[in-house]
Design a protein around this ligand. Sequence first.
Ligand SMILES: O=P(O)(O)OC[C@H]1O[C@@H](O)[C@@H](O)[C@@H](O)[C@@H]1O
Length: 371
Amino acid sequence: MTDIDVKELSRQPIRLQSTRVWRTYSGGRLIDEWQGKASAEDSTFPEEWVASVVQATNVGREHLQEGLSALQLADGSQVTLKDVIASDPTVFLGKAHAEKYGDKTGVLVKVLDSSERLTIQVHPDREYAKTKFQSDFGKTEAWYVIGGREVDGEEPYVLFGFKPGVTPKQWKDLFDRQDIPGMLDAMHRIPVREGDVFLVQGGVPHSIGSGCFLIEIQEPTDYTLRTERTTPKGNVVPDQACHQGLGFDEMLNCFHYDTHTLEQVKDRWCKQPAVLEQSAGGLLTALIKNTDTDRFSMNRLTVDTEYSMKGNGTFVIAIVLKGSGTLTGETGETKVGQGDTFFLPASMTELKWARQGEEPLQVILCYPPGV
Ligand SMILES: O=P(O)(O)OC[C@H]1O[C@@H](O)[C@@H](O)[C@@H](O)[C@@H]1O
């Protein structure tokens, strides 16, 4: 493995390379456009994984190492972020975090763009993940909608939460008969708009609809249990991809069968952004707060002129959503622009974002548990 200069690397923003991941659904054109690629198109690589130290689980693609974020070192060689962090977890992740989580970041961030509806699915809560997958993490996730498109005349939407009256027996029956309209109808359908924020806890049935362009923050696993045995486009979902080796009965046990009215779903899982700090230079808004969940948090920074951020002893995952400018730390200045992604090591104590372009610089800041 290439020599990692820990001292040098831990004092500067680490620019991450693009990591696209194969999924059962198609999309990704809006990610290509956002990243400024010459040709933008939908494909079966509809997700960009950011600062990932998690390998993707794709049935039939186990021979590939998908999902791990990489970066380029000063000598031009490539190394995974996972190896960089493992070289000195305390310096990169922060002392308190490393004491608790070792070399794991405890969080995974993605940019996702769907040109078709995703399969109806559920992710494990912590208890299920522990007992069935021997994992300390489940897969609670949150979505921040950054755009979207109309697909076949349908506006972007998401489906989640069981409607009143749905029972485990009914859900099993719908699954056994593969009554997909029935399964869709058992969940609430919510149209989405840029700026919306949703928290989807482990155990909650859901399906991201077509036309959604969003940033997702989640617990760092890739456990998905699917009740649809064919995708909306008609591709067969292998049994293993439905139940992850646990069998169909255990798959059905992953769901939380509490039911909600639409109002209750909105109250519980649709989150309202809240201003954290406003200065002459910028505006910091909380999208997912540590009072919403103890699994992660996410803020949006809008820089009108300049904005300084003090380190708080932990690392940050940054996605430049819009605009261009600079990011200055103790080792110098880095140019930043829409589509760039960074891992900001915990040992960076001070950072200054500055806008350069015509529009304000907008950055999404993602944090691990405990911040
Ligand atoms: O089941 P597929 O289509 O592969 O989609 C899986 C995707 O589902 C979404 O709801 C999110 O949980 C993503 O993190 C995940 O990658």
